[in-house]
Write a new protein. Sequence first.
Length: 340
Amino acid sequence: MPDPALLQVSGLAKYFDVSPPLLTRLIERQPRQVLRAVDGINFEIKRGETFSLVGESGCGKSTVARMVVGLHRPSAGGILFDGIDAVDPGNTASQSALRRRFQMIFQDPYASLNPRWRVRDIIAEPLRAFGLLHSEREVVERVAELLVQVGLSPVDGEKFPHEFSGGQRQRISIARALSSQPEFIVCDEPTSALDVSVQAQILNLMRDLQRELGLTYLFISHNLAVVYHVSDHIGVMYLGKLCEVATAKGLFRQPRHPYTRLLLDTIPDLEMSGRERPPVGGEVPNPIDPPSGCAFHPRCPFANDRCRSEAPVLRRVGNGTVACHGVEEGRIEAAEPTAG
């Protein structure tokens, strides 16, 4: 019998009321405006694996990350962490016990660290908040261990964040996330603010820590070239919904959804294979007033009348799932391999 998933997300949705003030709406006779940032998604992550969510800016992937760690309360749907309901407001005791078991690494290492605290206090904060150690000496020793673990020196604990480079600050953020000995870490575009050479160092560090500590990752990124090297499974989001979910190798070898192909075509063809890349134009629609039917149909070269009127649902195709009428009807064949 397969092991149950560590994290299970079902029907997850988050709606934001972005309406003008009531008086303005009454005078101008405007209806309420609701932004469907996340609109009913399902996925699961097995223990020790990395599941990545990718998509263009504004597709809802960071909102998913914030709901998983409890920074946003879902408008609908559920989140189960190791079989425990993580969003039930009447289950506060269990939710408090969960907080130590998952942490988050934020996108901007310049904004996520308190500039007035020394690094030692930043890393020690979760230790003190959760009461994991009983003496200050143990805290100091643990902070030194964590700094060494992420490739820094124990003496760096006496410095302030502004004394470090961007990559070093992200190492500090990783050390802080590890200090409570979590099992699950949400990584919200942890390398997007860093230089390319530094990105590789941070990604390698995170993979090494995952193997060493048995960590499970939810990795958020807009860059498929990055997630290919760290992911076991990838979910592609578009306008608040999942349009394709597959293994990392399967997604790169045979992308099925037209939007997935669009994302893959943004990766430079370093092998200069000469593979034809038909352009897909257009921009992401307004999420407050999304298109009818399939949200991607205004940009899709394969769209027909059904795509414009009927929203697709995720269906099993091969080893993954795809939400596309064209794939379901056989009008769109799997793309040629894009990665070896």
